[in-house]
Design a protein around this ligand. Sequence first.
Ligand code: ADP
Length: 712
Amino acid sequence: MALSLDQSIATLAVLSEATRMLHEARPFGARIHDLFNLLHRTFAYHDARLTCWIGSARPGATRQQFYSADGWPYSWDDTLMRQVARQDQIAFHQLMANGRATGTGQLPAVPIVYLGVPIFWGGRLWGMLELRASQGTLFADELYGLMAALAPQLAAAIMAESKQQWPADSESTALAAVQQQLALFDDDLQNTLALPHVLSLLLRRAIELSGAESGAVSLIDHERGELILQVSEGYPPELSSLDLQHGQRQRWSWEIGLSGQAARSGRALLVRDVTQEPSLRLTNSSVRAELAAPIIVDGQALAIITLDSPRSAAFGDDELSFIQALCQRSARPLQRAMHYQEMLETSTHLSQVFGSLPTGLALMDTGSRIVRSNPAWASLWGLDPEELQRTFYVAIDLVDALLSRLIEPMQLTEFCANGQRSPAEVQITTVRLSNPTQELHVLSVPTRDSQDQITGRLWAVNDVTREREVDRLKNEFVSIVSHELRTPLTSILGYTELLLARDFPAEERKQFVKTVYDEASRLALLVEDLLGMSRLEAGKVQLNRWVIALRQIIAELTNQLNTQLARHRLVIRIEDPLPPVYIDRDRTKQILFNLLTNAIKYSPRGGEIELVISEVHLRQLPADHPRGRWVLVGVRDQGIGIAAEDLPRIWERFYRVDNGNTRRIGGTGLGLSITKALVELHGGMIWVESKIGEGSNFYFTLPVATEMARRG
Ligand code: ADP
């Protein structure tokens, strides 16, 4: 680097001033601070730091750091420091505000320029001098020259300080310092149970006291023969402890590297220079010296501490024995921390399971107080979780909270009381709730502590509404279908048997055949309904639509129903003119047929049945009715009516209102569900208004044929 004469003279002046200062007989720290001030006056940097490995040739060596008086809010980046130290030459970096240059330090809000000066002397690193400035105050060229000349002076000062702190002939002083460091370490370990903290403490101490530039602690998985990286310091990001992308710890086989060897053999190992050991495969190519030591508890290695340095012979026997001492001291605390961690993991896992299960769970103490419950617990009972926390303490409070919905409040009260009375028994019940209808299966089992003493109960609640519904449907299906099949079959068989056995007069024979025909028709209808239902459910029914005048269909239907209408009066009112509708002829007939036969069936004492058809305005239809032009069809009867609680359910498959009347009347419970599906296939809606004992009004809509449909 070419310097002008003036610059060279100025630099020389600073250098001689600095050299004088550094070798004054004053405390080391004071001299360094004066040096910082001198540099600041000359180069207007923002802040500075000097890291020294005082006495690092010995065990117990510790890193000392000095900072300039002016601080910046941006933390210093140790990773960058180690990286520069490894390269053994003055390094210039620019840390941009918009991206991290390196390391994990806080991002600067302004661009920072950084100058790192490794202080090498006699084949070893004594320290690192670092300067930082803002972008505007670029470091001058002469600073490089000065730093290159200053580094050996600083090395000499640090060396002298080292000698003073660690006189070569005083082994016992060094040992005493080691003892002191270890005692401090013991205290720190005593104060923590958390595994990550114990491991970081251990690594920090090991790095500081061995003078290593980087290091890691891994746990050993003996079953899989693997090491699992736990904490690390000073490595590039791809070799550091957590794989942030996948949220998983790095693992590798213990067949690899010095750490693996140490894990398998259970011995502390040292490699002074990896270039001399071709068999050793290391992932990090900048490492020259490595030390790996196991932490052994009860004859088994639990963890490995690995220390690395880019300097060959960075570690010697002293470092090795020191790290071994450190490992020995960490063994019990590590074991304790691992047990604690295991418990923590178990409880974390259990909490996750507890929290994510769809089964509602509540843990109660012996006084039935709810100690803990999961989100499903609140949602299954239909309770607000916050409300639950504020007011809910004891199981029996459930009865209060659910009083308006419980179909048998006494049953749940009994269930709670039984749990109290017989704390060791398992109990099971099904709680039925209304509004909305729900069936909850509740299991209550005693919980015990590790000494087998009862600690309370665990309630597990499952919603079985759907299963019960499916069961009910299945049973109803079997009983209805078998009844509906058997009744006509019995009469068909009976009459045909009679006809075969004897000759009857013609009139009687005709009567018998007519009955056989009617019963066979009933069977055919049932089979048709069952098939129709399954086709509708499979989405296989397609409408064959035409523009049709409803009046024509009504005429055909009334003819068909004539015989059934013996006890009723059918009144038909069709608006005139009525616009044509765009419908499937047969399906619409089926809709009307179902509604009219129901009206006849469920008005056993006769009366008037009214069929009213007119075009309606959207305003007159339910709010959620689709837009467009519609014809409304009403089928009104004066029959037995339907109770309010049954109204929403009559559209379900196989649902039949269960009372004396309907049982006598017979049916499959399929008609209305088929009818509803067919109306909806046409785009319309169906609904009912009914009062028990006063008759029912069924309504449905059909689309008016638009110009498009007419042409199409
Ligand atoms: P099914 O008539 O074969 O039993 P539906 O699906 O047609 O089956 O009807 C379901 C139930 O709705 C019937 O069991 C009956 O209880 C009730 N229901 C249907 N229509 C009427 C009506 N017009 N009057 C009274 N109850 C009716």
